[in-house]
Design a binder for this molecule. Structure first.
Ligand SMILES: [Zn+2]
Length: 405
């Protein structure tokens, strides 16, 4: 089996007024995806299951072959830590962290921006400030910034328990920092520590030179950390290995790299892969083609469409999908099975993930004959496609089968 599965992050969308009530994918000129869909199979896929709201780690994890029974136990923190290649000790607690813009109000913190304006500079200096904070109780806290506002927080020490709630209200939350609460008696110490630490981070970052400079240049402050997805180190089983196949992951996104490592795949990183709009798409595709020499399956992940949708930029998402389409053209000559799918729908109208199904396609070189039907690959067309509706687990199994050409 040889094949490439392209994960277009946040590919699915809803109709938007500024694109004449089409989705960004429907509005985009995507001749390569249209050909693959028309000559292969296309349809809608429910990433985790019908009506279930995915996030990137659960949605992408399912496409990468994680077993459905492991979805619930998969926490974002250990995934992000694995993305950085961190070796966690058994009792450690890892959390996904966001730089955020907070305002102290009414004895709590109002969240003015969950992503601190997608901070792109100064995060190393802010991290150094955070790492000088001693939370006490013989616990050490280490923070690593990753891309933009994202980072990983690791607590190490005696008596830690990951069964704590998030301080990050999420895009659906009420816009207030939420005190972490224990979900089990044994996690009280950990929740209290996270809350005290968060308050100290706010104090320390508020007076940092980086935020002084940001204020002077009209940027919002990066004066807080929001944490979520607390978890202990874990090992994931996967469908690819269970089929005695090997896989490589080509991605600039720390989350997807972490999933790749937890699943035991080869993770290819390159400074040209940025998990941002400036990522080098042709380099990703050529790297994927090269990886086919050592792996049966190559997963290529592109983050940019999701970022545009989160920012409500439907036109930007449409443009990025057109760039992706152009970059995928060499795959038509690769002589291997190709699949295109997504981890979740991100609605450009609201900037939020939704439980709506995502467009997906399967194509193999044998399909490349015969009459070409006129098709605009997108959410509407996919409603009547021949690809059986399933979750991403079922979709991956179909792809692994289709690759035996
Ligand atoms: Zn995503």
């Amino acid at each position: 089996m040889k094949g490439i599965l392209v994960i277009i992050d946040g590919l699915g969308d809803l109709p938007v007024p500024e694109l004449d009530h089409r989705t960004p994918l429907e509005a985009a000129h995507t001749p390569v995806l249209n050909v693959m869909a028309a000559r292969g199979q296309y349809g809608l896929i429910d990433p985790i299951g019908s009506g279930i709201l995915p996030n990137t780690h659960s949605g992408a994890g399912m496409l990468l072959g994680m077993l459905p029974g492991q979805v619930e136990g998969l926490k974002r923190g250990p995934v992000e830590a694995a993305g950085l290649g961190l070796e966690l000790a058994p009792g450690d607690v890892a959390l996904r962290a966001n730089f955020a813009t907070l305002a102290a109000e009414s004895g709590g913190f109002r969240v003015l921006d969950r992503r601190a304006g997608r901070i792109r500079e100064g995060s190393d200096e802010l991290a150094a400030v955070i790492n000088r904070i001693d939370p006490g109780q013989d616990v050490s806290v280490r923070f690593w910034p990753t891309e933009q506002h994202r980072g990983v927080l690791v607590l190490s020490g005696p008596g830690l328990d990951a069964r704590v709630t998030d301080t990050d209200p999420g895009d659906h939350g009420g816009g207030w920092w939420m005190a972490s609460r224990p979900e089990a008696l044994a996690a009280e110490l950990t929740a209290g520590l996270i809350n005290r630490f968060s308050a100290e981070v706010f104090q320390a970052l508020s007076v940092s030179p980086v935020n002084h400079q940001r204020a002077q240049s009209g940027q919002v402050a990066a004066n807080g950390l929001l944490v979520r997805g607390a978890g202990h180190p874990m090992v994931l089983e996967n469908q690819v290995s269970l089929h005695s196949l090997t896989a490589s992951v080509v991605s600039g996104c720390n989350t997807v790299q972490g999933l790749g490592r937890l699943l035991g795949f080869t993770v290819v990183n390159d400074p040209r892969f940025t998990a941002d709009l400036d990522t080098d798409l042709p380099a990703k595709v050529s790297t994927a083609l090269r990886e086919l020499e050592r792996s049966n399956v190559v997963f290529v992940h592109v983050k940019a469409p999701d970022l545009c949708a989160h920012d409500g930029d439907s036109r930007g998402k449409k443009n990025v999908l057109e760039s992706i389409d152009r970059a995928l053209e060499p795959l038509l000559q690769a002589g291997v099975a190709i699949a295109v799918a997504s981890d979740h729908t991100t609605d450009s109208n609201t900037g939020r993930h939704t439980p709506d199904p995502v467009p997906a396609l399967l194509w193999a070189p044998g399909c490349a004959e015969g009459e070409m039907r006129d098709l605009n690959f997108g959410e509407t067309a996919c409603r009547t496609g021949a690809l059986p509706r399933s979750n991403s687990h079922g979709f991956l199994l179909s792809f692994l089968k289709s690759g035996n050409v």
